[in-house]
Design a binder for this molecule. Structure first.
Ligand code: RIB
Ligand code: CA
Length: 312
């Protein structure tokens, strides 16, 4: 049995790993991709999505979506993913893209069947899909897995928040309020998926050009994590959302009633356990990381790295 997937993404270094993983894993059937601003601008993210899919020889349709949050100014993560959103990789100039509010709806139509929707960036595209055609969206999304949020883990944006939710808290609040059965793969579990600095250096210095591609993609990310968090490696969030979409039993989730903080300043984007009236959300609180390492070695790094290149 293969899992039909549509992925909404803001590539982004870890998004690229997630897209290639989804394109290569035989248990997944990636049918379409929609793109969001977030780690970089929409035009760069659209180019980067196409580059990542080409790396996996995957010819699925790509649909550019939102170029900014619902109601806030655009802020991208140049310091985390680089000026082009792809670390140290050389990229061609981005083609101009026309932003749309229907990218996820277009991707679902292209998919042609009910799917699992995996969102790896801000939730703006999904909030707009819910606004524009909720009936069609709900008829085609049988399950929603989102990389986003955090409960107990340290935040990565504005102090306690997680970047995807921090980018567009209003969109995140609208998506959770829709009670689609969203499963949050947040920093509480993604901080367990760390590729080490020596492993990335081995990729960058390997004679195989494919290894060098991953090395140049990830080296910038390792420098960011070392500088801002003192981490001897990089947290690769998005591949874990794909892994748990494929193998939910590798994680342990609980249902929490969550509030998204839509403040302008301090607290922006924090996801906290709220009131009984808040929407119920499945939140992954723990993960068996060993099978995830094995999956990433099998489909991404196994020709050059071993399990010792991940933090245990
Ligand atoms: O907080 C991490 C998330 O924000 C990841 O999806 C990363 O790619 C960025 O989008
Ligand atoms: Ca992302």
């Amino acid at each position: 049995m293969t899992l039909p997937l549509v992925i909404d993404t803001d590539p982004g270094i870890d998004d690229a790993l997630a897209l290639i993983l989804a394109a290569r894993a035989p248990e997944a059937r990636l049918l379409a991709v929609s793109v969001s601003y977030g780690n970089t601008t929409l035009d760069r993210a659209t180019r980067n999505a196409r580059l990542a899919l080409a790396r996996a020889n995957c010819q699925v349709p790509v649909f550019p979506g939102s170029d900014r949050p619902l109601a806030r100014p655009l802020v991208t993560a140049k310091e985390t993913h680089g000026s082009e959103g792809f670390g140290d990789l050389d990229t061609p100039p981005p083609e101009p893209v026309a932003p749309t509010g229907t990218s996820i709806l277009d991707a679902l139509r292209a998919a042609g069947e009910p799917v699992t929707l995996v969102t790896l960036g801000p939730l703006t595209n999904l909030a707009l899909a819910l606004r524009n055609d909720p009936a069609f969206l709900r008829s085609r999304v049988v399950r929603h897995v989102a990389m986003g949020g955090n409960i107990a883990a340290a935040g990565n944006s504005g102090g306690l928040a997680e970047f995807n939710v921090w980018c567009d808290p209003e969109a995140a609040a609208e998506v959770l309020a829709a009670e689609m059965g969203t499963e949050l793969v947040g920093l509480d579990v993604t901080r367990r998926l760390v590729i080490t600095a020596p492993g990335v250096e081995r990729l960058a210095n390997h004679p195989d050009p494919e290894a060098q591609w991953f090395g140049r993609l990830l080296s910038f990310y390792v420098r960011f994590h070392h500088h801002f968090e003192g981490l001897p490696g990089a947290v690769i969030n998005d591949p874990l959302a794909v892994a748990l979409a494929l193998r939910p039993r590798w994680g342990r989730a609980e249902t929490l009633r969550l509030t998204v903080n839509c403040a302008q300043g301090a607290g922006r984007g924090e996801t906290t356990v709220g009131l009984p009236s808040d929407p119920p959300v499945r939140v992954y609180r723990d993960v068996d990381i060993a099978p995830v390492h094995a999956l990433l070695l099998q489909h991404l790094f196994g020709a050059w790295l071993t399990v010792s290149d991940f933090r245990p």
